[in-house]
Design a protein around this ligand. Structure first.
Ligand SMILES: Cc1cc2nc3c(=O)[nH]c(=O)nc-3n(C[C@H](O)[C@H](O)[C@H](O)COP(=O)(O)OP(=O)(O)OC[C@H]3O[C@@H](n4cnc5c(N)ncnc54)[C@H](O)[C@@H]3O)c2cc1C
Length: 402
């Protein structure tokens, strides 16, 4: 329940403006809350006097069973003045479809944006049973407060059993905010999601430096929230015979709910930004011995229209920036082809590239673990092999990015 400390409430009315459900109002000398309150937490967050608090008791199994359906936050990006779902959304829908089928419940994509939202039918073609759109001019670009307020309201009203986010920069920001507001658990960077015999979401992720895989369940709260990095799950092929159901969620969002202002937007240089989406990645490891040996890899990447990347070892040596690091503490990638040169194949590296369709490994040590997942293993000196390979490749067809 929502607790109001009438001693310190000065009836400023900010909570009234912010409540997405019109459930709190200043009535005469007192602030009052009515039955429309969903405990979404928007008012608690904005109260300058800290006069509001939510008291939650542990939900009973019957209450938990009222939470139904799998929801995916369909994060959008700007493309030619439209807002369209990012690639990771389709990957989450791919996995979400399997979870929803196992539960015998529906899969919903929740989209936040303004009037520029477009291409939403594809969400249904690639797995969703329904798209729930939240349109408002204050959702034109991502803000932590605005998105957390609206998504918390959606969750409080719709009561899903599972809520998934892409572990993108914004997803990593939004998921913990929503979870904290609604007092939920959250498992970050899951590499596996299953439904167990009791209908609970089993969230698997590496723990203790990647040495063990932990299976985490959330028995006492709903929804069960998880983030998943891009390139972990596969998207379903589009099926345009699937019915398209798009519904509007009524959004009430006041400017007062958003406490931050975007002052400047800085574009990241193209090569660094495209790693997650690259179809070909040429990755270097400490075995190359010297940063001068990165040049042939750069050339191969350009020739194949791909991206250069590397292990944490060479990031720590200062050969490449952290934005190009693949692995547990770097980026997770899922290219069609991954060439690993002078990389041993430590588990923390492998968890970031094991979804690659084809792996070519070049290593002097025939026992190197990277060969365990290589489709083609070359035992030899990468410093001699890579320049030779570059000679055999056609001249670059893509634009140079650096
Ligand atoms: C919490 C934590 C998080 C981590 N996160 C990440 C991460 O995100 N990404 C990551 O990559 N690592 C990560 N690491 C580090 C990881 O454990 C390894 O130390 C690292 O991946 C090793 O990098 P490497 O394979 O380039 O170097 P090395 O392990 O030193 O391997 C070099 C390889 O090159 C081979 N070699 C030597 N000479 C040649 C040659 N001339 N030609 C061909 N091959 C040659 C060697 O046989 C060897 O197999 C993490 C570690 C921890 C503890």
């Amino acid at each position: 329940m929502l607790k109001i400390d009438h001693e310190i409430c000065n009836r400023c009315g900010l909570c009234q403006k912010t409540c997405p459900f019109g459930a709190v109002a200043v009535a005469g000398e007192r602030l009052a809350v009515d039955e429309r309150c969903t405990l979404c937490g928007a008012c608690v967050n904005v109260c300058p006097q800290s006069a509001l608090a939510i008291e939650r008791r542990q939900a009973s199994p019957e209450e938990l069973s009222r939470y139904r359906g799998v929801f995916v936050w369909a994060e959008c990006e700007t493309s030619e003045n439209t807002l369209r779902p990012r690639r990771v959304v389709y990957e989450l829908l791919g996995r979400g479809r399997a979870l929803a089928d196992r539960l015998g419940q529906a899969l919903t994509a929740v989209v936040l944006g303004d009037s520029r939202l477009a291409g939403l039918e594809r969400l249904c073609h690639q797995g969703a049973d329904r798209v729930l759109t939240c349109r408002h001019e204050l959702l034109a670009r991502y803000s932590t407060d605005g998105f957390a307020t609206v998504l918390s309201a959606v969750v409080a009203k719709e009561k899903p059993a599972v809520l998934l986010f892409g572990a993108t920069p914004n997803g990593r920001d939004l998921a913990p905010r929503v979870a904290a507001r609604l007092r939920l658990g959250l498992t970050a960077d899951c590499t596996g999601l299953e439904i167990d015999a009791a209908g609970q979401l089993v969230q698997t992720r590496p723990a203790f430096g990647g040495n063990i895989m932990a299976s985490i369940v959330t028995p006492y709260t709903r929804p069960q929230c998880a983030t998943v990095r891009p390139n972990v799950f596969a998207a379903l092929p589009a099926d345009d015979r699937r019915p398209v159901v798009i519904e509007e969620f009524p959004v009430q969002l006041a400017k007062a709910a958003i406490r931050t202002r975007v002052v400047e937007t800085v574009e990241i240089p193209c090569e660094e930004a495209k790693l997650e989406e690259a179809r070909v990645i040429v990755a270097a490891g400490r075995g190359l011995g010297d940063p001068a040996h990165l040049e042939p890899l750069r050339g191969i990447a350009r020739s194949l229209g791909g991206a250069l990347a590397g292990s944490r070892a060479i990031v720590e040596l200062g050969w490449i920036p952290h934005t190009l690091q693949v692995g547990q503490s770097g980026t997770t990638v899922g290219p069609d082809l991954y060439i690993a040169a002078g990389i041993s194949g430590a588990i923390q590296h492998v968890v970031g590239m094991s979804s690659a369709r084809r792996v070519i490994a070049i290593n002097t040590d025939p026992e190197a673990p990277i060969f365990n997942l290589a489709d083609l293993g070359v035992v030899g000196d990468a410093r001699a092999i890579l320049p030779r390979l570059l000679e055999l490749l056609p001249a670059p067809t893509c634009k140079e990015t650096r």
